[in-house]
Design a protein around this ligand. Structure first.
Ligand SMILES: O=C(O)c1[nH]c(=O)[nH]c(=O)c1I
Length: 312
């Protein structure tokens, strides 16, 4: 059975990997994800030029009844140089994603210039959708700003680059972001990031469950699946076929992976459920995915990729 994926010149023997932010802040975590026989890759925690402690805790909370999670981490990371050192020295046959999330356009341009001039030979993910830095907007909700930064990036950047997008909820917004992205030689888009600025309440104390931003945080896990499916499908229908899609959001079972591939995903990322189960989740999900294909006598993901049917 062929459960592989392809982005640019990179072949992935497995399509599952972590979502940026989960199990990827330290070299030990990155090594664990890469070492899993059932992960196809790893993505680093989104990096800023300097080390960041992030927001005050509690800043992550698992919602009840396996609904998902809410986080307002605040972009904690070990700093750009830490992750560059990791990716330059790590011996692995698996492609590696380097995520950057500068707080300013200049920070992003500086990090991308350093990556361009380095020996890094993996893929770069420009995170345009962090919802948790107080006072900072999710860039990709501003279509002009998104066009402006991609114009400056592609004036010099020649390595495989993709963007991490926030979820969109309006058909016109799908059209508008696709019109921007189709003007650039992107290797991929990764959709969705968490659904920004949700709120959860502890029923015993009548108090919010995380400290930053009065309790507002990004939502992940099963409760975001329908939005993730819609964004993967909408962008697959609108983007040039040269722009591949990483489907992220709401994956707790092999059927969820299957559904994202049906909508057009080339790779699939796991966030909240990876927090819950740790790296064994990759083996469980791939086994369940294989079973879903078996049920319908499919031999490869290629047979179902993008093949979601509508009602005539
Ligand atoms: O709070 C975070 O660090 C964070 N949390 C998210 O849910 N998405 C992001 O892109 C980021 I940079």
């Amino acid at each position: 059975m062929d459960l592989t994926g392809q982005i640019a010149n990179f072949h992935f023997n497995h399509i599952l990997l972590n979502a940026a932010g989960v199990k990827c802040q330290t070299t030990a975590e990155l090594d664990q994800v890469l070492a899993s026989p059932y992960s196809g890759s790893v993505v680093t925690k989104s990096a800023t030029p300097m080390v960041r402690p992030g927001n005050p805790s509690p800043r992550y909370y698992q919602l009840p009844e396996e609904l998902g999670s809410i986080n307002s981490m605040g972009l904690p990371n070990e700093g750009f140089a830490y992750y560059l050192d990791y990716v330059l020295n790590k011996q692995t046959d698996k492609p590696v994603f380097f995520s950057v999330a500068g707080l300013t356009k200049d920070d992003n341009l500086a990090m991308l210039m350093e990556l361009e001039q380095s020996d890094f030979n993996g893929l770069v993910e420009l995170n345009l959708s962090c919802p948790n830095v107080p006072g900072k907007p999710q860039t990709a909700y501003d279509f002009e700003a998104t066009r402006a930064i991609l114009t400056e990036v592609f004036a010099f950047f020649t390595k495989p680059l993709g963007v991490k997008l926030p979820p969109y909820f309006d058909m016109v917004h799908f059209d508008m972001i696709a019109a921007v992205l189709n003007d650039f030689p992107l290797a991929f888009v990764n959709t969705i990031n968490s659904i920004g600025n949700g709120l959860a309440i502890d029923p015993h104390t009548d108090t919010v469950v995380i400290k930053p931003k009065g309790g507002f945080g990004g939502l992940g896990g099963s409760l975001v699946k329908a939005t993730a499916l819609a964004n993967v499908r909408a962008l697959r229908e609108r983007l040039n076929e040269s722009i591949k899609i990483i489907g992220t959001g709401g994956v707790t079972s092999g059927r969820d992976v299957y559904d994202l591939v049906l909508c057009g995903a080339d790779l699939v990322e796991v966030g909240t459920q990876l927090m819950v189960e740790d790296t064994p989740v990759f083996e469980r999900l791939e086994g369940e995915l294989a079973n879903e294909l078996d049920k319908k006598n499919y031999q490869s993901l290629a047979e179902i990729r993008g093949k979601l049917q509508t009602i005539a």
